[in-house]
Design a protein around this ligand. Structure first.
Ligand code: PLP
Length: 400
């Protein structure tokens, strides 16, 4: 069938592909340890479910305004005000079907053909593809574990030019868990201030921070508000991935353009999910649940980083946030698997070997623009983490 050319520039999501493969193996009764999925393994807190049940019982099951119910947009604005000391009107907030949808709408609304978007690598897979499908050009700024995945000021200055329409700031980051330094945030601010360039601050992991305090560009310079889009959502913070609620707070012109697209595509996010998200932001006790999840992730972080660093040929960065470990496995790629005639060579091959022979699902670093690494989500139990690390150690030992 003849299909739209515009999709030729995007690839299927490797994260979703690995997750699907691992799920299929599990459904056949194979005991796979899944480090692939980017979602918390906790149930949604009960107060949030109660808010949704109440909405169903009250018949809150119809269309809502496209941009979301006003109470939810007000609650989002109130939270931003409380956390970052910047004010947004409810009309400057758009609720979408997940953070991914928010970002998709944003790039569709912002970019013209050839417009550049600066992205720090390793980067979340969808950024580059969403930019490309909107006609934009991703400009990648490479970082590595040795600099804490933090770009230098020179790299940032070099990447931002007259064609730059946006810079994406994602800290803590998927896939590395790195927090960008204050120097980096300040450099981005100084490069774009007073220009037509937007800072897209993807704060989706802002509540999953293990060292220091979360900070975005508006904490450093509130006067930049007209040039910033804050993207966030319920998925990671409240363990609500399936409810599909994300949002953007930003300049009115951008929000209205995004809303126009949403009017003509999905319309409103599910009415019941919106009430659940309102419960997440306002119901008493939710904050304690979020903190409990954060502490559990923190224990797992320490454990998995220690276990990975104990494996010969693996060097693991200690993430400041999110729920991903992103070890460097370049040394292992120089080694040869049992029965093979040549070294592994690529992280894709290592990931295949790990899944097929050792029953561990992880995502290759090359999927995030960082060959030589792999991403392990530690949103799984300590028992699974131990079992998976035992298997990775076995795999490493089997290589010659
Ligand atoms: C960096 C980043 N931004 C945004 C999202 C979007 O999440 P959701 O669409 O579930 O809200 C994700 C999810 O994996 C992510 O990792």
């Amino acid at each position: 069938m003849k299909l739209a050319k515009r999709l030729d520039v995007v690839k299927p999501s490797p994260t979703l592909a690995i997750t699907a493969k691992a799920r299929e193996m599990k459904s056949k009764g194979i005991d796979v340890v899944g480090f692939g999925a980017g979602e918390p393994d906790f149930d949604t807190p009960s107060m949030i479910k109660d808010a949704a049940k109440k909405a169903i019982d009250a018949g809150f099951t119809k269309y809502t305004p496209t941009n979301g119910i006003v109470e939810l947009r007000e609650a989002i604005a109130a939270r931003i005000q409380q956390e970052h000391r910047v004010s947004y009107k409810a009309s400057e907030v758009l609720v979408s079907c997940g953070g991914k949808h928010a970002l998709y709408n944003l790039f569709q609304a912002l970019l013209n053909d050839g417009d550049e978007v600066v992205i720090f690598t390793p980067y979340w897979v969808s950024y580059a593809d969403m930019v490309r499908v909107a006609g934009g050009v991703p400009v990648l700024v490479e970082t590595s574990m040795d600099t804490g995945f933090d770009p230098s000021p020179e790299q940032i200055r070099k990447a931002i030019g007259p064609k730059t329409r946006a810079v994406i700031v994602n800290s803590p980051s998927n896939p590395t868990g790195a927090m960008l330094s204050r120097r980096t945030l300040e450099t981005v601010i100084s490069c774009v201030k007073g220009t037509e360039t937007l800072i897209v601050s993807d704060d989706i992991y802002d509540k999953l921070v293990y060292r220091g305090k979360f900070e975005n560009v508006l904490d450093l310079d509130p006067s930049l508000q007209g040039q910033v889009a804050l993207v966030n959502g319920a998925s990671k913070t409240f363990s609500m991935t399936g409810w599909r609620i994300g949002w953007t707070a930003g300049p009115q012109a951008l929000i209205s353009a995004m809303q126009k697209l949403q009017d003509n595509s999905t319309s409103n996010p599910a009415s019941i999910s919106q009430k659940a998200a309102l419960g997440a932001l306002t119901a008493p006790g939710v904050g304690d649940e979020v903190e409990k999840m954060r502490r559990t992730f923190d224990e797992r972080r320490k454990h998995i980083v220690g276990r990975l660093n104990a494996i010969d040929g693996v060097r693991c960065f200690d993430p400041g946030g999110s729920f991903y470990a992103f070890p460097y496995v370049g040394e292992l790629l120089k080694r040869t698997a049992p029965g093979a005639s040549a070294p592994l060579g690529t992280d894709d091959k290592l990931i295949d070997l790990l899944l097929e022979k050792h029953l561990v699902a992880a995502v290759p670093g090359s999927a995030f623009g960082a060959p030589g690494y792999m991403r392990l989500s530690f949103a799984t139990s300590m028992e699974q983490i131990d079992k998976g690390c035992d298997r990775i150690a076995e795999m490493a030992k089997s290589l010659k």
